[in-house]
Design a protein around this ligand. Structure first.
Ligand code: ZN
Length: 65
């Protein structure tokens, strides 16, 4: 598991909340796994989906970042 953010993803952003969103979403997409069943990686919903950010394609559990 890589514990570092890919900071090059944030170079075009100046807003703190936008920067942490971009970095953390990319990190979970690359490194996250389903705590319920262990499946890796998690799948991401389309942006701005109101219910959750990621879901497990195996057990359908949903996760908010
Ligand atoms: Zn799962």
């Amino acid at each position: 598991m890589n514990l570092n953010f890919n900071q090059s993803l944030a170079k075009n952003y100046t807003s703190g909340p936008q920067i942490i969103r971009v970095l953390s979403e990319a990190w979970v997409k690359d490194n996250g796994y389903c705590p319920n069943c262990g499946t890796q990686p998690l799948a991401d919903f389309a942006n701005n989906k109101p219910v959750a950010d990621f879901y497990c394609a195996t057990c359908t559990e949903q996760y908010e970042l």
